[in-house]
Design a protein around this ligand. Structure first.
Ligand SMILES: [Fe+2]
Ligand SMILES: [Fe+2]
Length: 195
């Protein structure tokens, strides 16, 4: 599907705030892709589509993934918002005609991240966090670090998510913890030859 068609379709289905956020994520992903030498078109497409599964909430989200043959884990069942990545991945394939595995992976993992993300997955995870509409304590530093060290930025993003989740008192998904630990380990590995 043509990029312009995808843009129009998304504008129709997403609420205006979500659509503006998606455009911002697309632009931020493009800047990061340029800086780190990733594929710019893939970054733009993954950025604009990353939240295309956001309209599925509660039982709609649970039913959607079950129909896909995906068995949600306990935390995803209790917090079905966590499913919008996998739903988005599927919609990107079925509705928007995306076949590229890197783009699909970046959409799938953008919410929690995971251990061992590839470059595009890291870019979308970070772009979602630091796009210009976001505002919270520490974001200026995150925006700066995003253009210095992707792994360090992911540590900051996942720690900020963990912080937020602890304050809110809701369940913390293991993938968020693994995202943080894995990125921190990558940084530590760089500093020693003994690990
Ligand atoms: Fe999202
Ligand atoms: Fe988002």
């Amino acid at each position: 599907m043509e990029f312009e068609t995808i843009l129009k379709k998304l504008k129709n289905v997403l609420d205006p705030n979500r659509f503006n956020h998606s455009v911002n994520v697309m632009e931020m992903a493009e800047s990061l892709a340029k800086y780190y030498g990733a594929d710019i078109n893939k970054a733009r497409l993954a950025g604009i589509l990353h939240d295309c599964g956001k309209n599925y909430k509660g039982d709609d989200a649970r039913d959607y993934v079950k129909n896909m043959g995906y068995e949600p884990d306990e935390i995803e069942m209790l917090q079905p918002k966590l499913l919008h990545g996998i739903i988005g991945e599927n919609l990107a394939k079925e509705i928007y005609g995306v076949t590229d595995e890197e783009i699909l992976g970046a959409i799938r993992w953008h919410t929690t991240g995971k251990a061992g993300m590839n470059l595009l997955e890291k870019i979308i995870y970070i772009a979602d966090y630091i796009e210009p509409l976001r505002s919270f304590e520490g974001i200026e530093n995150m925006r700066k670090v995003a253009f210095e060290d992707l792994d360090k930025c992911i540590v900051y993003c996942s720690e900020s998510t963990i912080d937020f989740i602890l304050k809110k008192g809701v369940l913390l998904h293991q993938n968020t913890v693994e995202t943080r630990n894995y990125s921190l380990m990558l940084i530590k590995y760089r500093k020693t030859k003994y690990l």
